[in-house]
Design a protein around this ligand. Structure first.
Ligand code: GLU
Length: 334
């Protein structure tokens, strides 16, 4: 991307406080951009009103700033591609839906979750989602569709996945390929009218001029879908990189049940932001020793090829050492 100013983004969902896992992804996304002189936009992904609480939004920004991360555009600082809250960008998503509709790439789907659970499992599902959509509503005749309509069921809208292998080079994971159906046709607007993540994220990344997406590996298998949407919307995809997830001692993704894993709780226990950054950077292979550090001190040392390709499993001792400050040889009482 010579000659082009690179631009990355943070895209947090305000559904809770920031935890160590989000902090690691945000730190790596920040380092990637700051080490190449790129810009960063912060966008709040608050479309799912049942999951998101408006009061979390300022707290997320506060947690990120506390950690020492900054951004050039966002809901608090403004910028040329605003608004930076998805709930205020609905018109753009509707416009994109009309564009996809005009290419006959969407169709109404009347399947309920229960229908999908009982459908014969199709191959090539997504690790994050289970079996691929079997295509039940793709081939409905106008008559069958009219019958479904008459039953009063509100349909969701699905995007037709192209029948070809999607290939891309992930900045961390290397070359990836997803043979068809790569998860199958997916929902772009839910039956309750809410725009689905896959569509909103692509429309926004295009509108905001994002050249580099760095995020957690849980979203790796959304990438073929997003690449298909980029093609349909006539834009080149950004460079994708998927970083490691933090895994708790029981093998599950790090979450509340593993103890004090939110930045707010750690802060309350007296853990300093530099200690958290050092803990994350050391576990992510960006430092040789675990010691307190500010994100900006890591910038000269950041190299994409040092980001681990596998997830980071934390032991009970790792978590205990962080919360008690013992990992820096300074056991504190709590
Ligand atoms: N909003 C998504 C999340 O919080 C991230 C979306 C993305 O990075 O593409 O998981």
């Amino acid at each position: 991307m010579a000659g082009t100013l690179r631009k990355g983004r943070f895209a947090p969902t305000p559904s809770g406080r920031m935890h160590l896992g989000n902090a690691l992804s945000a730190l790596l996304a920040w380092l990637q951009m700051r080490s190449c002189g790129g810009r960063i936009a912060l966008r709040l992904e608050d479309l799912d009103r049942a999951r998101c609480k408006p009061e979390y939004a300022p707290l997320l920004l506060e947690d990120m700033a506390w950690l020492g991360l900054d951004w050039d555009e966002g809901p608090d600082v403004g910028g040329p591609a605003g608004p930076y809250r998805q709930s205020e960008r609905l018109e753009l998503y509707e416009r994109a839906l009309r564009r996809l509709e005009a290419q006959n790439l969407l169709y109404p789907c009347y399947c309920s979750r229960a229908d999908l659970r009982t459908a014969a499992s199709a191959p090539h599902g997504l690790a994050s989602e289970g079996p691929a959509y079997p295509g039940t509503c793709r081939m409905l005749t106008p008559k069958q569709r009219a019958l479904k309509e008459a039953s009063g069921k509100t349909p969701s809208l699905r995007f037709r996945m192209p029948d070809r292998t999607v290939r891309f080079r992930d900045g961390v994971m290397g070359p990836r390929e997803f043979p068809p159906p790569a998860g199958g046709d997916f929902i772009v607007r839910r039956a309750d009218g809410i725009i689905a993540y896959q569509l909103a994220v692509v429309v926004d990344d295009i509108a905001m001029g994002i050249t580099d997406v760095f995020r957690g590996r849980d979203l790796l298998d959304s990438t073929p879908r997003q690449i298909a949407l980029y093609a349909a919307l006539g834009s080149p995809p950004p460079a994708f990189a998927h970083g490691p997830l933090l895994i708790g001692p029981d093998g599950a993704r790090l979450s509340k049940r593993h103890g004090a894993v939110s930045l707010a709780e750690l802060k309350e226990r007296g853990v300093r932001a530099e200690e958290i950054t050092g803990f994350l950077a050391w576990h992510a292979g960006l430092m040789d020793r675990p010691e307190p550090v500010k994100p900006r001190d890591l910038v000269p040392h950041f190299r994409m090829d040092r980001v681990p390709r596998s997830d980071i499993v934390l032991s009970p001792e790792d978590l205990e050492r962080l919360t008690e400050g013992a990992w820096r040889g300074n056991r504190r009482r709590i």
